[in-house]
Design a protein around this ligand. Structure first.
Ligand code: COA
Length: 391
């Protein structure tokens, strides 16, 4: 932990979408064996945003209960991590700031480095709180992952947001020093500005991810981090949940440990519960893993949790967090389970319609039909401006 002050996650809240498409439906459409999805990549279903939902509405939905519980008086910074930005200039967090009625004396900024942005936001927030422990930082990670219809990446789509209140004397998780860092210039996954769907070299991305696991762990241990055996569980970025198993398998190998499936399942098992049914939420995925672990595991008080954030391109970070005794009283487990269970199943035709939807770029007035039953919605696009409203 930085200095003598314990800093970390004081509260954590997740949100997702109105709709869900099962992998059984996708498999029936494209002829793939459903076992390839359910067991091969570890995905059962994917969240699909309604036409009036996006990264802003999910972010505001995730953050609203945090502001409701703690107030906004101490929040002086909002960090919004995403790789599916809705504007090239304006930070999406400003829309959230407005929807939640946060004070004007706030700095709001957007961060990007593929799926690593959320972990970067958390680390930057810790530095800000270290400078002034009276301040809190609202870190939001929100993304909609989209690949071309019929592509290999299609089965790994998803959408979610995680909001975290970072503060001194946190109630849930203390984030510790040191961090292990790794950057390498690889083109494993990217999205040029002129595309709405990402491009991915799937096999390259898996091997780049594993190389990053090795690189971050090496730097982490060289900087005096905990030995492998000190960790109770590991939260990995999960582009698909089998990746967490592959990553941990690789880490055990690198450490010269005996690898057996039971040891891997013990380390990552609980962390995949939300990602398996929500799909890849890019920046939010690592923290959905944390939410699932906290919501589903037996008491983890004072246990060390390892975090591996990987963002294609590629930047990665390994760090430790220690669970704060009494954390269970602060969790939102019932609300998180409802985020998953409240979604409505859609058929392939509806999914395809949503996937192919695009706003006209003519600057006209384009209202969006009412679909979401969440608390915030995208009302439309008018004069090239996105209009958001509470529902
Ligand atoms: N039952 C069980 N498992 C099956 C199966 C079946 N019927 N059919 C295939 N599988 C397994 C394969 O053996 C493979 O497992 P392995 O990786 O352990 O060998 C897995 O399912 C996937 O099969 P594969 O043929 O490799 O699938 P694919 O060519 O469709 O690609 C991804 C899978 C993950 C590479 C692809 O979905 C992708 O590119 N996703 C995006 C990755 C990403 O987001 N990267 C960026 C961030 S890290």
């Amino acid at each position: 932990m930085p200095g003598e002050i314990a800093i970390g996650i004081h509260d954590l809240s997740i949100a997702s979408t109105e709709y869900v498409l099962t992998h059984a439906t996708l498999a029936a459409q494209n002829g793939a064996p459903v076992g390839k999805y359910e067991r091969g990549i570890g995905q059962l279903s994917m969240s699909v945003p309604a036409l009036d939902e996006d990264i802003v509405t999910m972010a505001a939905t995730a953050a609203a209960p945090i502001v409701e519980r703690h107030g906004a008086d101490r929040i002086r910074t909002v960090v919004f991590a995403t790789e599916t930005a809705v504007d090239q200039a304006k930070a999406a967090g400003i829309h959230v700031h407005s929807l939640l009625g946060l004070p004007s004396a706030t700095r709001v900024v957007e961060l990007k480095q593929a799926c690593y942005g959320g972990a970067a936001g958390l680390q930057f927030a810790i530095s800000l709180v270290h400078r002034d422990p009276a301040e809190q930082v609202l870190v939001i990670a929100s993304d909609v992952s989209r690949y071309d219809l019929g592509s290999a990446g299609e089965a790994t789509q998803g959408a979610a947001a995680v909001a975290m209140l970072v503060s001194a004397a946190p109630a849930v998780l203390r984030v510790e020093d040191p961090s292990g860092l790794f950057t390498a210039d690889v083109m494993d996954f990217w999205r040029p500005n002129y595309r709405t769907t990402a491009l991915v070299d799937g096999r390259e991305s898996i091997s780049a991810y594993l190389q990053a696991v090795e690189g971050t762990w090496k730097d982490y241990t060289e900087r005096g981090g905990h030995p492998l055996g000190a960790f109770r569980a590991f939260c990995y970025h999960q582009p698909f949940t089998r990746m967490a198993h592959k990553a941990h398998h690789h880490l055990l190998n690198c450490c010269g440990r005996e690898v057996d499936d039971a040891a891997v399942a013990h380390a990552v098992g609980h962390t995949t519960a939300y990602n398996a049914v929500i799909g890849n939420s890019y920046t939010a995925s690592l923290f959905l893993a944390l939410a699932a672990l906290l919501d589903n595991a037996d008491d983890l008080s004072e246990q060390a949790i390892g975090f591996l954030s990987y963002g294609s391109g590629a930047v990665a970070e390994f760090f430790a967090g220690r669970v704060v005794p009494g954390y269970r009283a602060h969790l939102r487990s019932a609300a998180h389970r409802a985020v998953v269970s409240r979604r409505h199943d859609i058929d392939y035709a509806r999914y395809r319609e949503i996937h192919e939807h695009a706003f006209p770029a003519d600057g006209g007035h384009h209202p969006v039909p009412h679909e979401t039953t969440g608390p915030f919605r995208l009302a439309g696009l008018s004069g090239h401006k996105r209009i958001y409203e509470p529902r």
